[in-house]
Each structure stands twice: as structure tokens, then as C-alpha cells.
Design a protein around this ligand. Structure first.
Ligand SMILES: [Zn+2]
Length: 74
């Protein structure tokens, strides 16, 4: 059986997953920087105002009345 000191076990089971998560975060951040932002179209349920934002949020406030609306089309 392979015997490892406690410090090496901690590095393997804590540092390994942390390094993997950090690499994945860097990959997705780098990928989203080079993707053009698409406009999301919203129609306000309160006042009927149609507006678009390039941000990728599922809901956004109407610039006219401030009501939260879901994106109609992305
Ligand atoms: Zn509105």
C-alpha cells in the first residue's frame, strides 16, 4: 500500500479540485470575452414598451417604468 503524509493528502484532495475549478473559470471567462454579445428583446408587461439590452440576464428592468420583465427573444 502506498503511504502518503497527511500534508500530501490535503494538497491532493483540496488543491487538485481548486486548481481544476480555477482553470475552468479562466476558460469560460476567456471564452465569453471573445463571443459577441447578443441583444435580448424585452416587452414590458406593465406599459408595453419594447426594448433591447446586450446583457445576458434572464430578466431586466423596463427603462420607462422600472417593471421587471422576462426576455421575449434572445
Ligand atoms: Zn414598462
Amino acid at each position: 500500500m502506498i503511504s502518503l503524509p497527511l500534508g500530501a493528502i490535503m494538497v491532493l484532495f483540496v488543491g487538485g479540485p481548486l486548481l481544476l475549478i480555477a482553470l475552468l473559470a479562466m476558460f469560460y471567462n476567456f471564452r465569453s470575452m471573445h463571443r459577441p454579445a447578443r441583444d435580448r428583446i424585452y416587452k414590458c408587461a406593465e406599459c408595453g414598451h419594447v426594448y433591447a439590452f446586450a446583457r445576458s440576464r434572464p430578466m431586466d428592468r423596463c427603462p420607462r417604468c422600472g417593471h421587471l420583465n422576462e426576455a421575449v427573444r434572445t
